[in-house]
Design a binder for this molecule. Structure first.
Ligand code: ZN
Length: 137
């Protein structure tokens, strides 16, 4: 398989984030969920930011969300990104609550709007990673 990241830096899973990346490799979006209050959170933390308990487990989320905020990158931060510009970096508010940073793909950067409904999609890439991205619903 060719490297769809085109030499761009990719995330490095660590023990705290490995469940997230393992689910992504199976094209599932998974987040830490508190077993006490039931709330999801992201990024992974050792205690629930909602109630403070350490009883957490990973659980799959729907992958559906809304564009909370975004910016359009017009100038490539390095030559490895030159084939991507313009591209959208967005904060997506998942229906389950957590917000995460990702890219909006499958439409032109000019089409992206705050409040737009999006759904997760996955880019299979190098280093045996699949990147969760979002496309317009
Ligand atoms: Zn909690």
């Amino acid at each position: 398989m060719s490297d769809p990241s085109n030499g761009r830096p990719l995330p490095t899973p660590d023990p705290a984030t490995e469940p997230y990346w393992a689910a992504a490799r199976e094209h599932r979006l998974s987040m830490p969920r508190c077993e006490a209050c039931g709330e999801f959170h992201f990024y992974p933390r050792p205690i629930c930011p909602h109630c403070g308990t350490a009883r957490l487990a990973w659980a799959e989320v729907s992958g559906n969300g809304t564009v909370y905020s975004f910016t359009v990158v017009q100038r490539a931060p390095s030559p490895a990104f030159a084939d991507m510009v313009p591209y959208v970096v967005a904060i997506v508010a998942l229906d389950e609550g957590p917000h995460l940073m990702s890219n909006i793909v499958g439409c032109s950067a000019e089409q992206v709007r705050i409040g737009m409904r999006v759904r997760v999609t996955f880019l299979d890439g190098g280093k045996e990673l699949s990147l969760p991205l979002f496309k317009v619903q």
